[in-house]
Unconditional design. Sequence first.
Length: 642
Amino acid sequence: MAGKSRSPEESRYPEVYAAWTADPAAFWAEAAQAIAWAKPADRVFDPQSGVFGRWFAGAEVNACHNAVDRHVAGGRGDQAAILYDSPVTGTKRRISYAELQDEVAMLAGVLRDLGVARGDRVVLYMPMVPEALFGMLACARLGAVHSVVFGGFAAKELAARIEDATPKVVMAASCGIEPGRTVAYKPLLDEACRLSQHKPDACLILQRPQARADLVEGRDRDWAAAVAAAREAGRRAECVPVAATDPLYVLYTSGTTGKPKGVVRDTGGYLVALAWSMPNLYGIRPGEVYWCASDVGWVVGHSYIVYGPLLHGCTTVLYEGKPVGTPDAGAFWRVIAETGAVALFTAPTALRAVKKEDPEAALMRGHDLSRFRTLFLAGERADPDTVAWAERILGVPVVDHWWQTETGWPIAANPVGLGLLPVKHGSPTVPMPGYDVQVLDEGGKPVPAEQMGTIAIKLPLPPGCLPTLWQQDERFRESYLATFPGYYNTSDAGFLDPDGYVYVMGRTDDIINVAGHRLSTGGMEEVLASHPAVAECAVIGVRDSLKGEAPCGFVVLKAGSARAPDEIERELVALVRERIGPVAAFKIALTVGRLPKTRSGKILRGTMKKIADGEPWTTPPTIDDPLILEEIGEALRARGLG
Ligand code: COA
Ligand code: AMP
């Protein structure tokens, strides 16, 4: 809120950023003091190893020790570590740090007995239940690498991740719960195991009462029974120190093709970056309640439901519900009041959903929000209307911040803990220490302020950011480092203003952002093209007032197809849901006679998007037949779009 922000001179940001610029190694060495290392680093940054260098080379550390055991030893045993609030099941649970330590140590014992050791991968396919956190932390305890797959992905997507990560064990729940339906995960897991060339040795299945799963003999184990047996036998596992450069997790994210990218997160740098961000960026003190209403399947969930708050000795809120409909648009305010959360981190789309149902926030009444200090937004561009609305109804600062799965923590933010800078709606504010953000033209030259270009980060990336893609150094180089030598290409377009504020306006590639979820249009096109009646296709993201963008597929049917186009369109919608998952939110397939292309055959997706969004557009001079654009407009108008 403008009234609470300070002048640049009052914020410590300029001096802190300058300190980082002057001596990055000294800056991160100091930040590293927040972490309990088993062995300190030989070098804060080793430019010779890895693709662009590695952070905290030579150090040894355990993430679970830092997130859990250290706090129990330090007197936080009785403090709540997790407050689980699940309106979809009518359940609440308080888990203290001591209880968390016990649960995680036992579960790690179970994993160890299943053969999981340092460096092995474990895939988790879990809804927002405490056991998902226990599972991640149990892997970290053993030095194993977890890879969490979001529950809204279909069997084929899960299979692609199992195939790439080659896990020894998969941990899954029998079901997830969406408003109005129970999503049985187990049949999806079974199908994924069938589709994948790689087969896990074992699957540990958490039976939820809402839908119990049949267990496959020889492969599946009952989670609760296994933990009970480990407890009975006293088979806890202790923390195994790993190299700071060892991966803590691999998290798959959409690339421009259907093949997801396995973003590697190294252990030491990540812990340091998160530990720095909690007080300085989020302005949170140990012992406070911090709520990130994302999902453990996304990077935001990894960093700010699990590791960030726990590292910092906070209480993290684990919310299994939606912003609206579970049961109403007052859910956020109820949870803030009941848990005493001082901060909430969510996506703008969630606020738009609340605003649509309860524009005057009448459902906030009766909830005590006096402890609530800041609202954080990320995942998609925070549109100024939504930010202004949130400021008005909450009366606290609303902080937009920008990051990516690849970076693991915010690239640009308004650092609350250092003193808020003046808020400019539409901008996630300024680069965080560690990030030298520049806007480049196509030739890789920095452009003047206010001019649009591709946003790039000068190498090296700071601690916490991906050192590479899982077992694919070359793909990492090609995807991120090759376009602009010496820089990491964010694939986001935007500009800097004269005060150095960053504006992030959209992607430069084929990725779209639907309800704060990152999706590949290329991946959807691969699915549409696999339909026997489809000759060619193009998927674009069209503007959506709730979800930001919604995917829209244009298909040209094969000549001589005798079937009704609307029947095929329905099949295509079902096919994307089946192959990618409900999270793709693919609801519109439009049959057209031809796709607009340049004379060299490139589909004019940008112009199609402008037509669909009702924006002014011009006929590109290179188009082979301008009339096709009129046809696209007609097809959209027939569906109430454009
Ligand atoms: N497991 C299974 N299915 C899931 C799922 C999960 N974990 N998460 C979402 N889905 C399903 C939904 O049920 C929906 O299915 P439907 O097509 O049958 O309705 C579909 O995937 C699309 O979900 P979503 O895009 O989330 O839309 P929605 O209409 O269910 O909800 C919002 C809209 C705005 C309330 C919701 O998107 C939201 O809360 N978004 C916030 C996103 C967020 O926090 N992102 C993290 C980045 S910070
Ligand atoms: P993900 O990897 O799923 O976190 O998605 C990252 C992408 O989401 C970024 O590359 C941006 O395109 C978009 N994004 C995330 N946060 C913001 C933000 N605050 N403003 C604008 N775009 C954002």
